[in-house]
Design a protein around this ligand. Structure first.
Ligand code: FES
Ligand SMILES: [Fe+2]
Length: 358
């Protein structure tokens, strides 16, 4: 019923945090997408990152993110609205106004306008920026790593079609999702409604490079092209995959296709898993293609079926968290990516350290 007098209401770690405390602080140092930019118009919206409930709002001065909590009496600011000039978010409970940086600028119940507003009345605000049509938030004042560098998303010529997929919500950890997106051996087993080729399950000893920001791997594959209509038939097509991965959960998968006249067409599948909690992930995906005649509707439908094929399996994985002790799961040669990924999370970021218990 009461918080004790020694309890800090506004501790950095969220209430009911589902992550080990040390992992939470490490993951909080990265940028994570929390919404598509197009979702935030003239009304605040709510989101959740690493168990922190957020309000996202757009003033005339730009995008803002804060704890979804008014510091007066704890009401959810995402139930509020923007003032007429779109300079402040207004709390729905007693009408306190907060500016882009979270500072309180108006307390409507105070009759004397000359009475100063204490500087301590301010939201718990976070860094927020928009890039690639996404709103990225970092819960720490200094980010450990930059936002993924995807120049083609900012400088695509007219031959490129770029579109967003509807946001997904997986009952799985972001790391399980991310390993799945970069798992090569599963293609011939999980994706039999879309492009998987059960006749060709072998995975070559693919090349993998690793640096401090991510990993890169390349592999040819022979997909099966399946139409969704029965009369379209099936045929094999050679593709070349280049996975460009950025820690901790972002991938740019480039797929090169040969054309009949010896030319090349390319698609990029950008995928970022945002850890909503330790066992729940928001999926943000963007696609870019220069395949002539491709439409966003058809392509998106195909990708959503691909996602559905993955979700069933990934949500079934136990433990939900990726074991960072390599010996905890058995490995096969095709697992080079996930083995290196797990090792890198420990070596570069110190994730998964044993918990100190007193
Ligand atoms: S709780 Fe927000 S103004 Fe009172
Ligand atoms: Fe998959």
């Amino acid at each position: 019923m009461f918080l004790s007098t020694d309890k800090k209401q506004f501790s950095e770690l969220p209430r009911d945090c589902t992550f080990p405390e040390q992992d939470w602080h490490i993951l909080a140092g990265f940028w994570h997408p929390v919404a598509f930019s197009s979702e935030i118009t003239d009304r605040p919206i709510k989101s959740k990152l690493l168990d922190v409930e957020l309000v996202l709002y757009r003033t005339v001065d730009g995008i803002s993110a804060a704890r979804d909590l008014c510091v007066h009496r704890g009401a959810a600011l995402s139930l509020g609205w923007m003032d007429e000039e779109c300079k402040h978010i207004v709390c729905p409970f007693h009408g306190l106004h907060y500016d882009k940086d979270g500072a309180c600028t108006k307390i409507p119940s105070v009759a004397d306008p000359s009475r100063p507003i204490p500087k301590t009345i301010r939201l718990i605000s976070y860094q927020a920026v928009e890039r690639y049509g996404l709103v990225w938030v970092c819960l720490k004042p200094e980010a450990t790593r930059p936002i993924p560098d995807w120049p083609l998303l900012e400088n695509a010529g007219d031959e490129w079609l770029t579109f967003e997929l509807p946001k997904g919500n997986w009952k799985a950890s972001a790391s399980r999702h991310c390993e799945n997106f970069n798992d090569l051996a599963h293609l011939s087993w999980v994706h039999m409604k879309t492009f998987g080729n059960r006749e060709r399950p072998e995975i070559i000893d693919y090349k993998l490079e690793l640096d401090d920001n991510g990993m890169r791997m390349e592999m040819p594959y022979i997909e099966v092209e399946r139409g969704f209509n029965d009369d379209e038939g099936e045929r094999e097509r050679e593709v070349y995959y280049t996975h460009m991965f950025t820690f901790p959960f972002a991938t740019d998968l480039q797929v090169d296709y040969k054309t009949d006249d010896g030319g090349k067409m390319t698609s990029h599948f950008y995928d970022i898993g945002t850890p909503v909690s330790a066992r729940e992930t928001a999926i943000f995906q963007l696609t870019q293609t220069n395949i002539p005649g491709a439409t966003a509707e058809d392509y998106a439908e195909y990708q959503l079926v691909t996602n559905e094929e993955d979700i069933v399996v990934v949500e079934s994985q136990r433990p939900e968290e990726v074991p960072l002790n390599i010996a905890e799961e058995m490995h096969i040669p095709a697992d080079k990516f996930s083995i290196q990924y797990r090792r890198a999370l420990v070596r570069l970021f110190n994730l998964g350290s044993p918990q100190i218990t007193s």
